[in-house]
Design a protein around this ligand. Structure first.
Ligand code: PMP
Length: 365
């Protein structure tokens, strides 16, 4: 009895034991944050005011999601039953995968793409089927269609995609949904505001389409953890069974309506980033570095074998950028978030210095 008590210990599911650890490099980020595609400045001042108005008494209550879901749904011209708020899009992905993926199922992913799809899939009994983009990193539409099988259960498409910044067209997404009626087509529009094109207007019309949106990027609320899923009522009903009723906290819920209302702030920030992206693209071209066309608030740049030194030199100049070398097909590539024009001028100075020091110019063909 005593022996078994000593030997016995809790063992996680085999799937969990096989999972890779994922530690985003969040340490020491007191610098220009061009590494996580966040808003690099601030959220709307209206959100800040709403936070200040929250009473101590209000915090004693469990958060009530439904009234805020109705507000978000109206903003998106959807019905409340078509929208579920989540603790960031990460929770949305997690819940969606838990809801639909079981043994024998396939999750279809164009790669390179957002890391967490694979992380959450690895906790399920489904198999990941990755479809590699070509060297131009454009959306691999034809190859994705060819990879659909009767076992395809979810197709996850970040649009715009990270780290490439490439996009799929509405027509392509509709065709994919049509060709895989047995699958949920998740279109992750985390970077929607910088692109301006959406399929959210097709919710309900395309029976297997689910769209994700986040408040972590353009809205500048990554710390509050706010995201959403929008989809047909029938599918959302299943999602809601899995979703915790309290996963979106009351501070986040209080901030959401003012964030949505302050369209002037959102427009200002998005326009600032788009202007800064143009300037930064010109600087990359002048430095003769290869880059991929981006419709998001970041650009993937080919640095080559000295990628790690480049990231270190940028950090030494107080500019954080993200090495994406370990992403599929991204060896030597670094992703740089676009902030305001003023911030990107600082980044350009650091970039030019690093390019000179490492003798990188001329990698672009
Ligand atoms: N989807 C994509 C494509 C992303 O790049 C990110 C953020 N890195 C997320 C989802 C996660 O968003 P959230 O902060 O809402 O969890």
């Amino acid at each position: 009895m005593a022996d078994t008590a000593v030997a016995a210990k809790p063992i996680p599911r085999a799937r969990i034991q096989a999972m890779k650890e994922y530690h985003p490099p969040l340490g020491s980020r007191d610098a220009l944050r061009l590494d996580f595609n966040e808003n690099t400045l601030a959220c709307s001042p209206k959100v800040r005011e709403a936070l200040g108005r929250i009473s101590a008494g209000a915090l004693t209550r469990y958060p009530e999601r439904e009234p805020v879901e109705a507000i978000v749904a109206a903003h998106l011209v959807l019905a409340a039953a078509q929208v579920a708020l989540t603790n960031g899009v990460d929770e949305a992905i997690h819940v969606l995968f838990e809801t639909f993926l079981e043994e024998g199922d396939e999750l279809l992913l164009p790669v390179p793409t957002y890391t967490m799809y694979e992380v959450y899939a690895s906790a399920t009994d489904a198999r990941v089927v990755a479809v590699q983009a070509a060297d131009d990193l454009r959306f691999p539409f034809e190859r994705l269609l060819d990879a659909i099988t009767p076992r395809t259960k979810i197709i996850a498409i970040a649009n715009p995609n990270s780290p490439s910044g490439s996009v799929a067209s509405q027509g392509q997404l509709i065709e994919i949904a049509k060709r895989a009626p047995q699958a949920v087509v998740l279109v992750d529009e985390a970077y929607f505001h910088f692109h301006g094109e959406t399929v959210i207007d097709l919710i309900g019309e395309v029976p297997n389409l689910i769209v994700a949106r986040t408040f972590s990027k353009a809205y500048g609320l990554a710390g509050l953890r706010l995201g959403l899923l929008a989809g047909p009522v029938e599918l959302m009903r299943w999602v809601r069974r899995v979703l915790s009723p309290y996963s979106v906290n009351s501070l986040a819920l209080a901030c959401l309506p003012p964030a949505l209302e302050d369209t002037a702030y959102l427009d200002w920030y998005v326009n600032e980033v788009l202007a800064a992206r143009l300037e930064f693209e010109a600087a990359l071209d002048a430095a003769r570095l290869r880059r991929w066309p981006s419709r998001a608030n970041f650009i993937l740049v080919d640095i080559g074998p000295q990628h790690a030194q480049f990231v270190r030199l940028m950090r030494a100049a107080d500019v954080l950028v993200r090495d994406r070398s370990s992403d599929s097909g991204c060896d030597g590539r670094v992703r740089i978030t676009i902030g305001t024009r003023e911030q990107m001028r600082q980044a350009i100075l650091a970039l030019n210095q690093a390019v000179a020091e490492l003798n990188l110019g001329g990698r672009a063909q």
